[in-house]
Design a protein around this ligand. Sequence first.
Ligand code: PLP
Length: 366
Amino acid sequence: MTSLEDLPIRDDLRGRAPYGAPQKAVPVALNVNENTHPIPEAVAHDIVARVAAAILTLNRYPDREFGELRQALADYLGHGLDAAQIWAANGSNEVLQHILQAYGGPGRSVLGFAPTYSMYGLLASGTGTEWLSAGRDDEFELSAATAVAAVLEHDPDIVLLCAPNNPTGTPLSIETIEAVADAARGIVVVDEAYFEFAEPGTPSALTLLDGRPRLLVSRTMSKAFAFAGARVGYLAGDPAAIDALRLVRLPYHLSALTQAAALGALAHSDEMLAMVDEIRGQRERISLELSRLGFHPYRSGSNFVLFGGVDDPRAVFEHLLARGILIREVGIPGHLRVTAGTEAETTAFLEAIAVSAPNGANKMAS
Ligand SMILES: Cc1ncc(COP(=O)(O)O)c(C=O)c1O
């Protein structure tokens, strides 16, 4: 059989591993930060009706500029944004890829703050952009001083700020974002994939867009919106900065079915986002219980919790998997990450992990 080694693959892709979060059919899947609550049935019916209507026009290409969807996303975001300031694609991964294709590429660099979202490095290598990785402060925090020092040292073409950060959950202050936006020469992307899970009142980087044409804020419908399977991510920024993305996207990249489904979900945004408070509550419960068990959970503004103090992450991962609970090994020694699930899923996780806890199983009952 032919192996990859025999094929004329690009030299810079040789030896690289693809994105590979395990996809296993388990009763309790808490490994990829999805919203584990299903879409409300009434909303699902409306989405189906809209998709059914779109099917009747599938002989034609979809609206290449997805005007109605852009308007609906602008309305959802608020902040006085209009449709010309919005971009969208098949997941925010594709939005980020468009940015790297347009503003990165061979001879250019992108800076991130590790540990951070694993796709950033892969998107960099896929687009031939040099990946530069800077460190964080204690507890995976990122102060304005640390971030700006790295920007000045590396002078990257693109900075990727993950706010809150995956896999650590760490919120990023608006002061750090503003300082980076003002210090960087190139494009600054704030990835707000988990923004809706932040503490109420947390300012979004959207508040910094005015007068900053190189600042781009990406969001997704995959997380709080419970729409991961539909693949819809989007971006807000200056109309000119967004116009550049039209040079690299494939024609008609958002299918008519995707556009119809997203419009349906956005028409019911209140119902789609109804579980966010509940998920935040489960996240707090996880953090509290994990500390009581003797683990070290980190501050989280997302729908997941990273925790340290795990002697043997692989053994704990396997122990949970054997009980039908899938969480995530994120490659940080002594750490694991878990998504906040429904109350029942969270209970199953907490009960199962209590056995492996530094403080012992009976802490759970106390
Ligand atoms: C920080 C961050 N950004 C972007 C994404 C991509 O999400 P999607 O492509 O589903 O919008 C994820 C997914 O886990 C993420 O954690």
